[in-house]
Design a protein around this ligand. Structure first.
Ligand code: NAP
Length: 303
């Protein structure tokens, strides 16, 4: 059995990874208490004890606005810790899978970003995540960096659950309509990650040293795109009338009408073509994924 160390086990992606990675190896899943990414000694101790063949880092400082006032902590967790994991992975001849974000881009491109496009983060969170990508690359281990976007899940803190809550409390919602991206369900990202891991672990893998061939950055997002307003509209459409007690008016607004501490890219669209080409895995449309997640939340009543 290969040994897999999974960080961030209670996060949106980590939670799902606990299940999807389980058939692929002996998974040691840790939370912040067991391995604090702001504490390099704690990290090294856990990694050296577990001696994993694969580290999957689903932990991160993800509070995008709060990061503006906590840049040092955000940098320690997002920028420095992934590099330490990659160095430890190198010592163990292990592979590392790390998640990054559309927020490494400034959003000025008119078409979906490819892995070749130059990052230019607009906010502290994006800067720390970019630093993390570079630290993983410099660590010397084989690695996959999966950049994703607009992650939601049936649990945790995310846009989907916020809209469902507000829909019960308000009669009107103003939602930003000039930021475009691909809402991505954490479960599908975990499943795609695990399909890739299965390929990497497979004895029938097409080359003797497959990781050397495929190490790199990959975009991993739902197919298609929408605005936050479009996402909210689809969420509300997917819910039968009984969930929302009163009529809800959704009002599209520009980003300038909803100022936040951290600037966001206008275009967050990423092309997942390289992932498809390399591993043969593709995400369904964001609408189809959302329907599946809503179905789960409402216990099969959201079709
Ligand atoms: N959410 C998005 O929209 C989005 C978009 C693009 C990319 N991503 C990337 O996807 C990955 C996973 O995101 P997610 O949405 O699953 O995030 P999440 O739900 O916020 O989970 C992050 C996890 O990291 C843990 N964590 C935070 N600080 C830690 C520390 N110092 N030591 C150990 N663990 C710590 C958190 O633990 P606590 O519960 O104890 O805080 C939490 O379980 C991250 O790399 C993120 O940057 C996310």
């Amino acid at each position: 059995m290969r040994k897999i160390l999974l960080t961030g086990k209670n996060g949106q992606i980590g939670w799902e990874l606990q299940r999807t990675l389980a058939p692929l190896g002996e998974v040691t899943a840790v939370d912040r208490r067991e391995m604090d990414l702001a504490d390099p000694d704690s990290m090294r101790k856990v990694i050296r004890e577990v001696r994993p063949d694969l580290i999957v880092n689903a932990a991160a400082y993800t509070a995008v606005d709060k990061a503006e006032s906590e840049p040092d902590l955000a940098m320690a967790v997002n920028g420095i810790a992934p590099g330490i994991m990659a160095e430890e992975a190198k010592r163990l001849n292990a592979t590392m899978i790390h998640y990054s974000t559309d927020y490494v881009f400034d959003g000025t491109k008119k078409t979906p970003y490819s892995e070749e496009d130059s990052p230019n983060p607009l906010n502290v969170y994006g800067k720390t995540k970019l630093a993390g990508e570079r630290a993983v690359q410099a660590g010397g281990a084989s690695y996959l960096i999966l950049r994703t976007s607009w992650v939601y899940a049936a649990r945790g803190r995310n846009f989907l659950l916020t809209i469902l809550k507000l829909a019960r409390e308000r009669s009107e919602l103003k939602i930003v309509d000039d930021q475009v991206g691909a809402p991505t369900w954490s479960r599908l990202l975990a499943e795609v990650t695990s399909q890739i891991v299965a390929q990497l672990f497979s004895p029938r893998c097409r080359t003797a040293t497959p990781m050397a061939d495929v190490s790199g950055i990959y975009h991993a997002v739902s197919a298609g795109s929408t605005s936050w307003h479009g996402f909210a509209a689809k969420i509300l459409e997917g819910i039968p009338g009984r969930t929302i007690k009163k009529p809800l008016r959704l009002i599209p607004i520009p980003t300038s009408d909803y100022p936040l501490p951290a600037a966001r890219p206008g275009n967050s669209c990423l092309s997942s073509e390289k992932l498809m080409r390399t591993f043969g895995t593709a995400f369904p449309s964001w609408e189809a994924s959302l329907a599946l997640c809503l179905d789960e939340i409402t216990g099969g009543s959201a079709a």
